[in-house]
Design a protein around this ligand. Structure first.
Ligand code: G3H
Ligand code: 13P
Ligand code: ZN
Length: 322
C-alpha cells in the first residue's frame, strides 16, 4: 500500500539544502543497514542538533529488506523526539538505477531519491533523470541526479578511473532534468581505498568552483566522502584485520567543500571502519564474550562519537537545528 513520507514525519531535502547553502554547511548523508547504525546516526544528530539524511542503498535493501528499513526510518522520527530534539530527517534512496526502483521508493515512503544515470550516455542520463523527476515531484519527493563517474565501486558497477564532471554540461543537465540536486565527480570515490600510497589525496576544488559559477546556489552532492580515519585502520590491523594502505579524503578538503555549494556529503565506509575497529577490539580483549549486545553496543557508541565529530568539525551541520 502506498504511503507518503509526510505521513511518516519525514521531510524532503529542499528546505534542508536551502538552509545548508545559506549558512555554508553540508547535511550529513549517512548510510544504514541495521538498527545499531540507525540508532548511532540519530543519537549523534540529535546530540549535535543537525539535520540528517538516512541513506538506503540497493545493497542495504537486499541485506535488510526495504520494508524493515522504512519502518526503522519511521521509528527514527519518534526516536529523535524521545531523545529530546525534533531534527529534520529525510529517507533517501542511494544510487537508484532504474525508474521502477525510484517509483517504488517514492510509493513506499522515501522522501528523496537518487537516480544515478551517470553510467549512461549524457542524453540517456537526461531522459532517465527527467522521468524520475516527473514521477517524484508529483509526490513532492526530491531527486538527486549525477553527472560524471566516480572511480571505485558503485553497487555492482566499478570504474578504474574518475570521469570528472564537465562544468559546461551542468547547467543544461539541471535545466533539462529539473532535478533538485546534483552529485558530481571531482576526485572522491567509494570505499576505503581512495588513493594509492604516495599519491596526493587531493580533490578538484577548482572544478567544484567552476561548477558553482555555472549554477550558483544549486545544491551539489559529494559521494565517496569518507576520510578513512587512520586510528580505525590501525585498530583493525592491530586486532587481526588486514587493511593496508586504506586512504580517504582529508577532512579539511571536505570542510572547504561544505562551505561552498556542496550541501550533502555521503559517508558510509567510515561507519564500517568505526564499527569493525570496535568489534575487533572487543573480540580480542574479551574472547569469552558472546552476547551480540556486548560487541554491537560498543560499536554503536564508537559510531555515534564519530558521526557527532563529523557534524561538528567536518560538515559544519552541528547546531543548525534551532
Ligand atoms: O555508494 C555506496 C554506498 O557506500 C553503499 O554501499 O552498496 O555496499 O550498500 P553498498
Ligand atoms: P564512502 O564509501 O566514501 O563512505 O561513500 C559513500 C557514498 O558515497 C554513498 O553513496
Ligand atoms: Zn555514493
Amino acid at each position: 500500500m502506498a504511503v507518503s513520507y509526510k505521513e511518516l514525519g519525514l521531510v524532503n531535502t529542499r528546505a534542508m539544502f536551502a538552509d545548508a547553502i545559506k549558512n555554508g554547511y553540508a547535511v550529513p548523508a549517512y548510510n544504514f543497514n541495521n538498527m545499531e547504525q540507525m540508532q548511532a546516526i540519530i543519537q549523534a544528530c540529535v546530540e549535535t542538533k543537525s539535520p540528517v539524511i538516512l541513506q538506503v542503498s540497493s545493497g542495504a535493501r537486499k541485506y535488510a529488506n526495504q520494508t524493515l528499513l522504512r519502518y526503522m526510518a519511521q521509528g527514527a522520527v519518534q526516536f529523535a523526539k524521545e531523545l529530546g530534539c525534533e531534527i529534520p530527517i529525510a529517507l533517501h534512496l542511494d544510487h537508484g538505477d532504474t525508474l521502477e526502483l525510484c517509483k517504488s521508493c517514492v510509493d513506499y515512503g522515501f522522501s528523496s531519491v537518487m537516480i544515478d544515470g551517470s553510467h549512461h550516455s549524457y542524453e540517456e542520463n537526461i531522459a532517465l533523470t527527467r522521468q524520475v523527476v516527473e514521477y517524484a515531484h508529483k509526490y513532492d519527493v526530491t531527486v538527486e541526479g549525477e553527472l560524471g563517474i566516480l572511480a571505485g565501486v558503485e553497487d555492482d558497477v566499478s570504474s578504474e578511473t574518475h570521469t570528472y564532471t564537465q562544468p559546461e554540461e551542468v547547467e543544461d543537465f539541471v535545466k533539462k532534468t529539473g532535478c533538485d540536486s546534483l552529485a558530481i565527480s571531482i576526485g572522491t570515490s567509494h570505499g576505503a581505498f581512495k588513493f594509492k600510497p604516495g599519491q596526493n589525496p587531493e580533490i578538484r576544488l577548482d572544478i567544484l568552483a567552476e561548477i558553482e559559477k555555472r549554477i550558483p546556489g544549486f545544491p551539489i552532492v559529494l559521494h565517496g566522502s569518507s576520510s578513512v580515519p587512520q586510528e580505525y585502520v590501525d585498530l583493525i590491523n592491530k586486532f587481526g584485520g588486514k587493511m593496508e594502505a586504506a586512504i580517504g579524503i582529508p577532512e579539511e578538503q571536505l570542510r572547504a567543500a561544505a562551505k561552498s555549494a556542496v550541501c550533502k556529503i555521503n559517508i558510509d565506509s567510515d561507519g564500517r571502519l568505526a564499527m569493525t575497529a570496535a568489534i575487533r577490539k572487543m573480540f580480542a580483549e574479551q574472547p569469552g564474550e558472546f552476547d551480540p549486545r556486548k560487541y554491537l553496543g560498543p560499536a554503536r557508541d564508537e559510531l555515534r562519537k564519530m558521526y557527532a565529530e563529523k557534524n561538528k568539525n567536518v560538515l559544519g551541520s552541528a547546531g543548525t537545528v534551532k
